[in-house]
Each structure stands twice: as C-alpha cells, then as structure tokens.
Design a protein around this ligand. Structure first.
Ligand code: CS2
Ligand code: MG
Length: 402
C-alpha cells in the first residue's frame, strides 16, 4: 500500500482551519488537523513545500517510522509549526489505519477505559453576575465541569470574555488587537468571582479557571491560595512555563490543582513538570504536540507520575482534532477531563463527526478511523481570512502575556 496524494484544505467557516488529507493507492484516505491559530499558513507551507514530497510512495501503515522520519529528519526539531505539521500527518495515518482495520482508533490504542469523556464548558461573563448566570446555564445543559472567566472591573477587555455573554472567539480578523492588563485588579477580583459562583451553585459542579500565562509564579501562588476555599478543579496556565522550575514556587504556596500545556509541542516542554509532579493535569493536545503517536508518549509518562490528561479543546482546534482527542480519551487510563468549546453549526457541517455531547460527557459511535470527515465542496466556499490572537500590554505600555 502506498501514499498516493497529500493535500491541505484551508477553510474559514467562522474561523480558519487547516486540514491535511492523505489518499492511498487503494482508495482509503485519512484526515489530520493542522490548525495553528494565527499562524495557519506557516503550517500549510511547511507541509506542502517540505513534507508532502517526502511522503509520496511510502506505506501509510508505517506510522511510527514516518513520525521518526519527520521528527529526526527535520534536523530543526520541535516548535509549534513543525510539531503541528507532524501531528496532522500522524492523525491522518491513524485515521487510515483504523479504516483499513475497520476499527475506531481508540480500539487500535487498546480499547475503552470509559464510556465517555467528562468535559468542561466555558462560562464567560462581562461581569460577575453574567458569569454566574452562564455557569447556571451550563449546569442546566448537563455540564459537570465549567470553566469560569469574567471581565475585570477597570479593564476594557480581558482574555476569555467576549462582547456578549457566552460568546468568545479569541482570533480576530485584521491585525492583533491590543488589550491593557493589570494583574493587581485581576488578583483582587477573581477570588470574589468564585465566592459568588460557589454561593450560587454550591460545591457540586467542578469549577476551573484559566489564568492564561499572565501571572508571575508568586502571584500565581497567591491566587491559588486565595481560591482554595472554592475548591477549583484546576487553575490553568498560572504562569508561563518555559521555566518549568517556576511551578515549584507555585506548588509551595497552594494546593489548588494546576494544569498547563496547551502551548506545549513536545514531551521536552513538560518532562520536568510531570516527573516532579509540579502540575496535576497536562494539556498538550494532539494537533500541536506531534499527533497521537507523541501525545501517547506524554500521557504514558504522565501516568507514571500520577498526572492526568486535560487536553486543550478550544474552537481553534478543528473537529478533526476533537475526534482524535475523543478516541484518545476513551483509551487513556489517566484521562482527566476534556475541554469542549462547541464549534458553530457551519463548522460542524463542514466537518461531520461521530462524537457528541451527552449529559456532560463526549461520547461517540464506533466508526472506523477517527470518526470525522470533511465536506470539501462546502469547505472551499469559505476562503482563509487572516486573523490574529490579541496581544496584551501592561498599563505602562510594556508588552505582557495575553
Ligand atoms: C484557551 C484558549 O481554551 C483555552 O484554555 O487558552 O482559548 C486559547 O487562548 C486559544 O486556544 C488560543 O488559540
Ligand atoms: Mg487555556
């Protein structure tokens, strides 16, 4: 069996997605998500100009060898563009293998460890009252776990809060929007947000919060301690994690569980965090961390150190990645939780898939491969539109972490 044709399909049904389609000489094809929010065309070029020519004629069933070839053969290893490109090829090859075997990918990995994946939704409010209402709306929809983000009095725009309740799409068309940030205001108001939420809904629902890289380690330690009475499921991206050692400082000051890793692209970004149990959940996701083949290594390493998975699942990860994540999460013995930011109806039409939300969980029917497809005729009606994630500056104008 040979790889006969490889292509990227770029579509923008409300936001940009890049998809890889690999076709074999026996008529079976596979799909992989290659979307890197705000840098989509870099991955498209990496694939088309540098990867695709090397893969034509290879046996698509040799997934590990192709992974090693693309990783070691690049010479310039790691990084979000490289590892997203490798991830897309890897997902598509697993999709092909499942179709050939007539099995869903989770069964190829080792079968079901659970019937469904507990997910967390996004409750966002421009103020605390709206955020509380959004939490209550998610509970009514059946969510068992809810991430809570709200506006901060005195700040015009902050990460995680859109122009109306519940809506939030970080990437905006045109050049990057600049947001002003003030840590002191955020630290003052965030514990109060969770006091109000717990007062309104009690301690049954799991509550999560994303600090989104904006704190120093000691500020994160302080926030984690201030949030302890509200028993968070996790505090995410408490501080930028290039310096994995920074998390030791946070750990020394709080028992609030920590999650990190949606911006990680290889095991080397999180080896120390996991080995020294400086975090509780690892968020490295299949589309940005080298695909199923590499994320399986991360998850297995994490399992040895009592760290669980908590994959990224924002709208800028396409239904192809989400389908791979559901297969992976059904298998992974140390699955923790899966983020679910539902895509819009048009995206779901472009990418028909077998996973679905049921009473707080993602479940899926047994479909060979990943259980997702792409309507190419529909996809090509929505051309790429350049869009960027915002940037943040402190009030004095210094660049900060968005
Ligand atoms: C966020 C994302 O989902 C999350 O936890 O961190 O909204 C993130 O900002 C975007 O995926 C970036 O593209
Ligand atoms: Mg996040």
């Amino acid at each position: 069996m040979k790889i006969e044709r490889l292509q990227t399909i770029v579509t923008c049904p409300g936001r940009n997605f890049v998809t890889v389609k690999i076709e074999t000489d026996q008529g079976v094809y596979g799909l992989g998500d290659a979307t890197l929010n705000g840098r989509e065309l870099a991955v498209k070029s990496y694939l088309e100009d540098h990867v695709f020519p090397c893969l034509v004629g290879r046996d698509p069933r040799n997934i590990e060898d192709i992974w090693q070839y693309l990783y070691r053969g690049a010479y310039w290893r790691r990084g979000p563009v490289t590892m997203t490109a490798i991830a897309a090829i890897d997902m598509a090859l697993w999709d092909i293998l499942g179709k050939l075997a007539g099995m869903p990918v989770y069964r190829m990995l080792g079968g079901k460890s659970r019937q469904g994946l507990m997910v967390y939704g996004h409750a966002t409010g421009r103020d605390h009252a709206e955020a509380v209402e959004e939490v209550q709306r998610h509970i009514e929809q059946g969510y068992k776990a809810i991430r809570v983000q709200s506006g901060v009095p005195g700040l015009e725009k902050v990460y995680g809060v859109g122009k109306a309740a519940g809506q939030y799409e970080p990437a905006q068309k045109g050049l990057p929007i600049e947001e002003a940030w003030d840590t002191a205001l955020y630290l003052r108001h965030t514990p109060e947000l969770f006091r109000k939420v717990r007062e309104a809904v009690g301690f049954e629902p799991h509550l999560l919060h994303d600090a989104h890289h904006r704190l120093t380690p000691m500020e994160a330690g302080r926030l984690g301690k201030d949030l302890e009475p509200y028993r968070l499921f996790w505090l995410e991206d408490a501080t930028p994690a290039e310096n994995q050692e920074a998390f030791r400082l946070i750990r020394q000051h709080t028992t609030t569980p920590l999650a990190v890793g949606e911006v990680f692209n290889s095991i080397w970004d999180c080896k120390d965090l996991i080995q020294q149990q400086l975090v509780d959940y690892i968020r490295a996701t299949i589309v940005h961390a080298g695909g199923i083949t590499h994320v399986r290594r991360i998850a297995d390493f994490a399992a040895l150190h009592q760290v669980r998975t908590g994959f990224h699942g924002a709208t800028d990860l396409s239904p192809v990645c989400m389908a791979a994540a559901v297969n992976f999460g059904l298998w992974a013995p140390n699955f923790g939780i899966q983020e679910l930011m539902p895509h819009n109806a048009l995206t779901d039409e472009v990418f028909p898939h077998s996973y679905r939300f049921e009473d707080g969980y993602l479940v899926m029917d047994d479909v060979p491969g990943l259980g997702v497809d792409i309507d190419e005729a529909l996809a090509c009606q929505y051309p790429y539109e350049r869009a960027y994630l915002p940037v943040a500056r402190l009030r004095d104008g210094s660049m900060w972490n968005w």
